[in-house]
Design a protein around this ligand. Structure first.
Ligand code: NAG
Ligand code: NAG
Length: 242
């Protein structure tokens, strides 16, 4: 009897879900509010650490219909939502939408900016806070970005980091311009009889957990291990980060 009851409940949920989906699909344009949080803090990686600023919109990319509303909920600390072009992610588009600075140092509820969606083509936004280089760290947002091709949300975000980034917190490690930094070194393994191999040093920049910048170097193309050495083994060489 209990089993039968549970089955009925599951069936009921499924029915509710599918009718909800049907009503979402048939909702006429102009009826939907998309809530996007702006900024806030991320919990520290370890329990004793300090939380780090969350330089992001959540979600960072949405699809919306003309007539829908996007409700931006501003958390810590002092952000904007400002419209740009795809080509220049961190520069205000002439005549574009702009919330202006919405400081909320304590993360209190109710600091919001409401924006109607008035176009169906892709719309691009960023945070214009220069203290901390928010846009250059990838604090960008899009509405109706293509999911394939050249003008995806991820391409826009990479452009923001490429054009305005100095410390690369959200993009992770990227190689800096090869012409500027790559150098070729000669690696001689162990004994004098070992063949010299030509290798390149790739230099990258990244951000440590505490937000400070770091650089790293990777030796690429040196001798490989002998065939089968290390197969099914774990381990490696310890590295340092400077
Ligand atoms: C928010 O940031 C802007 C730009 O950096 C600054 O002019 C303004 O004073 C800040 N507001 C507060 C309350 O921190
Ligand atoms: C991004 O860089 C451009 C070019 O240097 C500059 O004009 C713009 O103000 C920067 N944007 C932000 C948000 O820092």
């Amino acid at each position: 009897m209990k089993f039968f009851g549970a089955l009925l409940l599951v069936a009921g949920l499924a029915a509710a879900q599918s009718s909800m989906m049907a009503s979402m699909a048939s909702t006429p344009a102009g009826m939907m509010t998309h809530t996007v949080t702006v900024g806030g803090v991320k919990p520290a990686a370890d329990p004793t650490g300090t939380p780090t600023p969350n330089l992001a919109y959540q979600p960072e990319s949405i699809t919306a219909n003309i007539g829908d509303t996007v409700l931006f909920v501003f958390l810590q600390a002092n952000h904007t939502v400002t419209q740009s072009t795809f080509a220049h992610p961190c520069v205000k588009m002439p005549g574009g939408a702009d919330s202006g600075f919405m400081p909320n140092p304590s993360g209190a509820a109710g600091v919001t900016f409401s924006m109607p969606v008035t176009a169906s083509e892709p719309l691009w936004f960023y945070c214009k806070q220069k203290v901390g280089t928010h846009c250059g760290k990838g604090m960008v947002f899009s509405i109706n970005a293509a999911t394939t091709g050249d003008k995806t949300f991820s391409a826009y975000k990479q452009l923001a980091i490429a054009q305005n980034g100095t410390a690369l917190s959200t993009a992770g490690i990227v190689a800096t311009a090869a012409s500027a930094v790559a150098s070729t070194v000669t690696v001689v393994a162990g004994s004098a009889s070992a063949a010299a191999a030509s290798a390149t040093v790739a230099v990258g920049q990244g951000t440590l957990g505490d937000g400070s910048a770091c650089s790293c170097q990777c030796l690429c193309g040196a001798n490989s291990f002998p065939a089968n050495a290390g197969v099914n083994q774990f381990g490696g060489f310890g590295g340092t980060i400077s």
